[in-house]
Design a protein around this ligand. Structure first.
Ligand code: HEM
Ligand code: HEM
Ligand SMILES: [Fe+2]
Length: 482
């Protein structure tokens, strides 16, 4: 096996499955960005693609592509680490491959239907065949059931592999978390014609995913990633993981109430949601402290610089996007004004990118390094590693720029529509014509292009990094004692 050349013999069976998931994830990431640019443009040119690809359809593709690519990335990450953690090879490799193809084909069919069919009659058939109409998880019911089956098979594969091999603190948390993550998806299949009830259950998926189970999942990946990138001590990362999980679940579960303020649920949710969600930043601070402390102890010496950089970006992105941007509008007194404005979009973008895009990218870099035969990816990469550095910079600059632009628009919207206009229908439109709002939309698009350039550069880098590199990755101990 020649170093510097992509060769699947460098990978364990589970990792061969993982890289398939990573490739699919990157394709969907690119699709998300393309559709993001389209809907961003539609804010500026409202009749763009009107009648052929309406805002509502393109927006649906944008955010569903995001959920699916991140799930693909997570599934891939777990396949990537499971064998090393368990000390045995994957139990059902053929099953893992089969589900990958079933899942990917199902996703492609769903997207084709979104794009070419788009609408149907207000009957059950549309719900079964076109889309279920719940933001972020809009797959039609047939695909919904398919996803559950795929998840069960995936869960079996992972749990059985750990059962055959050995358990660790990280894998214990991971498997319990997967039970919760998959179980919650079922809540999103609950159907009722009462919109309040429908929303009540739908948030169980969205909120309890991103603010509880996904956070714990990335906590596990982070713990493992710190061991891999800087040789952090297992005992230390596991202790941190337990603390973070306890704090995350302690605040995140009842923090759910911050989505129940104005949807027709009882009034006590104002207090419950306000109080518990206000505590949610605490575990996110812990995560930053944890990552920086560990990286600091190891003097930031790492066998994979891009991966470590993206792990650090994750720690900060999670804290700012979810913690700070979430906290800003989580008290009911404030949310009364900001609810459903561009303020929410500002937070939604920074949080999903900061918390989840970043850590997936970190694992992509770990994967490509090994796939190319464990090549050198520390200081002194060819061209000084300009591609990964520039894509890191452009993606983060693009996202921060979009977030700021949206925040300005959202502020103006809250002020004019809610505070001055008293939330009337005409105030809703008036707010969206104000100069600050319109300029915010313009600058979001400009930074969106910067983000898109960063995405293309990232993909280019992942395709080429380590190519022709003959130096093997120095043993971590060597790097650290050097
Ligand atoms: C990584 C974690 C998080 C992600 C990915 C995330 C993402 C999102 C997204 C996309 C929305 C918009 C939902 C919609 O379409 O209506 C939203 C809403 C919201 N988020 Fe987060 N969030 C996270 C963590 C947090 C945290 C920690 C807090 C509070 C401290 C928070 C507070 C809120 C609030 C109050 C809303 C409702 C906004 C409204 O009323 O329109 N989020 N979040
Ligand atoms: C490439 C540049 C991007 C542009 C121009 C863009 C644009 C947009 C637009 C116009 C919307 C609809 C907002 C509305 O309904 O008013 C949207 C929604 C959303 N986008 Fe993006 N987007 C981009 C990239 C991303 C990325 C990278 C992520 C996350 C990793 C993301 C996550 C989201 C989320 C979570 C929503 C729903 C927000 C909500 O309902 O509050 N977008 N995006
Ligand atoms: Fe939430």
């Amino acid at each position: 096996m020649q170093p510097g050349v992509i060769d699947s013999r460098n990978l364990s069976p589970g990792q061969r499955v993982a890289v398939k998931y990573f490739i699919a994830a990157l394709v969907l990431f690119l699709a998300q960005v393309v559709f993001g640019l389209i809907i961003g443009l539609q804010y500026l040119m409202p009749d763009l693609f009107l009648g052929s690809l309406d805002f509502s359809t393109a927006r649906m593709v944008h955010i569903n592509a995001m959920i699916v690519w991140m799930l693909f990335g997570f599934i891939g990450s777990i396949y990537w680490l499971v064998e090393e953690e368990a000390g045995v090879s994957l139990v059902g490799q053929w099953l893992a491959n089969l589900i990958f193809w079933v899942f990917s084909i199902a996703v492609s069919v769903v997207v084709v239907v979104y794009l070419f069919v788009q609408y149907g009659p207000g009957e059950h058939s549309s719900l079964w065949l076109i889309n279920e109409g719940r933001e972020y998880i809009e797959a039609p019911r047939w695909a919904d059931i398919g996803i559950v089956v795929c998840m069960l098979a995936f869960f079996y594969n992972i749990a059985a592999t750990f059962m055959k091999g050995k358990w660790s603190g990280i894998s214990g948390v991971l498997v319990l978390d997967l039970v919760a993550l998959a179980g919650l998806y079922l809540a999103g299949m609950f159907y009722s014609t009462n919109i309040s009830m429908d929303q009540y259950w739908w948030w169980w998926v969205i909120h309890l995913w991103v603010e509880a189970t996904w956070e714990v999942l990335v906590g596990c990946i982070m713990a493992w990633g710190l061991i891999k990138t800087i040789g952090a001590k297992r005992k230390i990362v596991t202790t941190w993981l337990y603390i973070e999980v306890a704090l995350m679940f302690g605040s995140g579960i009842l923090g759910l109430g911050h989505h129940y303020f104005w949807i027709g649920t009882p009034e006590y949710w104002l207090t419950v949601g306000g109080f518990f969600s206000a505590l949610e930043p605490v575990p996110l601070v812990a995560m930053v402290v944890h990552a920086i402390y560990d990286a600091g102890v190891h003097r930031f010496k790492s066998g994979n610089h891009p991966a470590l950089a993206w792990l650090i970006a994750h720690a900060f992105g999670n804290f700012f996007g979810a913690g700070v941007w979430g906290f800003m509008h989580t008290l009911p007194q404030i949310n009364l004004y900001t609810h459903g404005t561009q303020w929410s979009a500002s937070h939604g973008h920074l949080a999903f990118f900061g918390a989840y895009a970043t850590i997936n990218i970190a694992v992509f870099y770990l994967a490509i390094q090994k796939w190319r035969g464990n090549v050198w990816m520390s200081a002194g990469m060819p061209g000084n590693g300009w591609k990964w550095k520039w894509s890191l910079a452009l993606l983060n600059l693009g996202m921060i720029g979009m977030t700021m632009a949206l925040l300005i628009s959202g502020y103006e919207q809250s002020f004019v529509e809610r505070a001055l206009g008293g939330s009337t229908w005409s105030a809703y439109f008036q707010a969206q014509q104000t100069a600050w709002f319109v300029q915010g939309m313009f600058w979001r698009q400009v930074f969106g292009y910067i983000f898109a350039i960063g995405t293309v550069l990232l993909i280019w880098d992942l395709l080429t990094v380590g190519r022709g590199e003959h130096r093997p990755q120095a043993q971590l101990e060597e790097v650290m004692t050097a």
